[in-house]
Ligand binder design. Structure first.
Ligand SMILES: [Zn+2]
Length: 134
């Protein structure tokens, strides 16, 4: 067993994730990781069904079972990245503030849906959906 390595600093992680290639690699790995950790929920769209992901917890600070960012945290520790820097980089790229790592993947799904709308001029999902299930 290798002993745990020290976490890279906020600045160091931020510098790495500034690079498009590095960020894409990081983000692709993260979404795969989250898909394995989170619950998949099939949503019925007006024309197509699509999948969303949830940590299964109410996003409320009073909910003691809710552990926001636990998966991002573990993923970053594995990569020796600073989780705070990674979270900031993700929010910056997605252009939204997030409160839980399950929202990372749903934003990614949503962005792909918007891409389809842009390309085909048709909406494949429900407009104005909220990502909070509870
Ligand atoms: Zn969540």
């Amino acid at each position: 067993m290798a002993k745990p390595k020290p976490c890279r600093s906020y600045e160091f992680t931020g510098d790495i994730l500034e690079h498009d290639g590095e960020y894409k690699k990081f983000f692709r790995g993260l979404t795969e990781y989250l898909k394995n950790k989170l619950q998949r929920v099939e949503m019925k769209g007006s024309r197509h069904n699509y999948n969303q992901y949830t940590c299964g917890q109410l996003h409320d600070k009073r909910n003691l079972d809710w552990k926001p960012w636990q998966h991002l945290w573990e993923y970053c520790i594995d990569l020796e990245f600073d989780p705070y820097a990674a979270k900031d980089a993700i929010e910056e790229r997605l252009g939204v503030k997030l409160e839980c790592d399950c929202q990372i993947i749903n934003n990614e799904v949503e962005n792909r849906r918007k891409d389809l709308v842009n390309v085909f001029g048709a909406d494949f999902g429900e407009p104005g959906r909220d990502y909070d299930f509870f």
